[in-house]
Structures are given as structure tokens and as C-alpha cells.
Design a protein around this ligand. Sequence first.
Ligand code: FE2
Ligand code: FE2
Ligand code: FE2
Ligand code: FE2
Length: 327
Amino acid sequence: MIVKATDEYLSLLNKSVARELQVSAQYMLQHTKMEKLLRKVIKENYLLETTTYEEFGKVLKDFAIQEMKHLGAIMERIYILGGEATTKPDKVVIGNSLKEMAKLGVDAEVEALEMYRQIIEAAKEIGDRETWVMFSKIYGEEENHLLVFQDYAAMEDEPDLPEPPESDWRSIFNKTEYISLLNKALASEISAIVQYTNQHEKADGLDRLRKKKAPLEVATGKNKASVVSDLLKKVFMDEMNHMEMISERIYEIQKEAIATVDPLPKIGNDENEFLRLDRDAENYAIVLYRKIIDEATKLGDIKTKKMFEEIIQQEEEHYWSFDDYAV
Ligand SMILES: [Fe+2]
Ligand SMILES: [Fe+2]
Ligand SMILES: [Fe+2]
Ligand SMILES: [Fe+2]
């Protein structure tokens, strides 16, 4: 038996999960918002091959991926310790300028460092050496995030530029229900990412699911849960991509992306339940995306239509791959 984790200890770890969920979505959406913020006319930007916006955007995407890795590691640890990892993120705040985003990043990272010092102490106290080592490593990365955000937060103020006049072709984007539909798609991608990541870590971490029984399972070191876990990893990488594409599109048409998790992720207790719930999630996405393709066609929003046609093909593949293993 590894260390005995109290409920209090597990809920402390879950606080860090909620935070990692928040910042990975926050930084990813901020990354995609560069498309909207990009001011091609700023003198220092327009002759250069790159812009401050693009460079900061790359930093944000790198950070988002690092936060996802933290998230996965902490979730797995919670399952190893016999707990249940949460699916509820802390509140995501995007901001409207580089400077504002950087300041929000500073706040988030300062909070993380405080919380992770607490966790490192608590882990030391109960002798949970593995968690102690893990959070010490994560701590170093959060500190690096903080330093980078501090540099961007200290930048000179960005000039306030007048909004360019709107052209006719863009009037279709003024339909509120259409933008809500796109945000609904974004919410379903975030939900799928959270659900699949959580299940993947549960399959890898939870003792009951890791058990190998049949001789071939013991000999290969694999069982159904680990096969499903590998599949989930592949699928959630696709969903990450979809999330990025959809929010980038929302910002490109100068609207606001909203980081909600909808429908609520459902985790399940074993690999067969995972598969059934995941098939439902894909079904939900396919039905919703068909509706979006219809609306986009009606409005003449060809770019969004094509994007969802590409995405829906992948969702169907996900559906069938879950269906293959489901009983
Ligand atoms: Fe993190
Ligand atoms: Fe961070
Ligand atoms: Fe997706
Ligand atoms: Fe999918």
C-alpha cells in the first residue's frame, strides 16, 4: 500500500486540478484570440516578419500544453492515491489586450505557486514522496511562466486604434444565435477534452483498472483498460485541435469565445462505461455539428462550413473507434 491519502489531502490536490484545467483552457483561448487582436497597422509590426501578437501567441500555446501535462500528471496521481479527479475548472478569464492577458497570467501563476508550496508541504508531512517530487518539478515550470508573464505585463502600453469600418460580407456574423451555436461547439470540445483526459488518467492510475488477470494480459502488460486509455489519448489530441480551430474561427470573425464545459463531462467507473459515455459524447458533437453546417450553409459562411465538415469526419471516426470496443 502506498501512502494513506486523507480526504483533505485529496481535495487539496483537486484544487490544483481545477486550476490546471482553468489555465490550460485560458492560455489556449488567449492564443487563439491573437487573430482578433492582431493590429497589422502598428508601425513596429508591419514591416516585420512576425509581430508581438504572434510571438506572445506562441508562448501562450506552449504554456497551455505544459499546463495540460501538469493536469494529466496530477489527475493520474489522484487516481493512484484512490481519489476521484474533478472535472470542474476554476473560472477562465481571457482579457482584451496583450497586457491584460499577461496580468491575468501573473495572477494565475502567483496563485499556483502559493497553492503548490502548500501541496509540497502537505506531501512532505504524510511522506508522499512521489507527489512531493512531482509538484517540485511543476513548481519550477510555473515559476518560469510567472517570469515570462511579468515581462509581458511590464511592456509599454499598446496604442488604442480606431475600429476599422465593417464591410457588407461580415453582416452574417451579427446573428447572435449563430455565434452561440459556435460557442456551443467550443463548449462540447472542452467537455470532451476534460472527459477523455480524466478517463485516460483514471485507466492508468486506478489500481482496480490497472489489474491484469488473463495470462496474456499479464504477459503483455496490457489489458482492456490500458488499450482504451491509449485510444483516448489519441482522440483527445484531435479534440484539442478542434477546440483550437473553433475558437480561432470565433475570434477571426471578431466575436468572443466563451470557455464553458457543456455538456458536463461524465467519467464512469470502468473502461466499458467510458466507451459508452464517449460514444454518447461523439454522438452529441455530430448532431450539433450537422446543425452548424446547415446554418453556415444558409448564411453563406463557407469557411466555417468547411471547417466543421472536416471536424465532423473525425468525430465520426472517434464514434466508430469507441463503438469497436464497446460492449
Ligand atoms: Fe501548471
Ligand atoms: Fe503555469
Ligand atoms: Fe472534436
Ligand atoms: Fe471526437
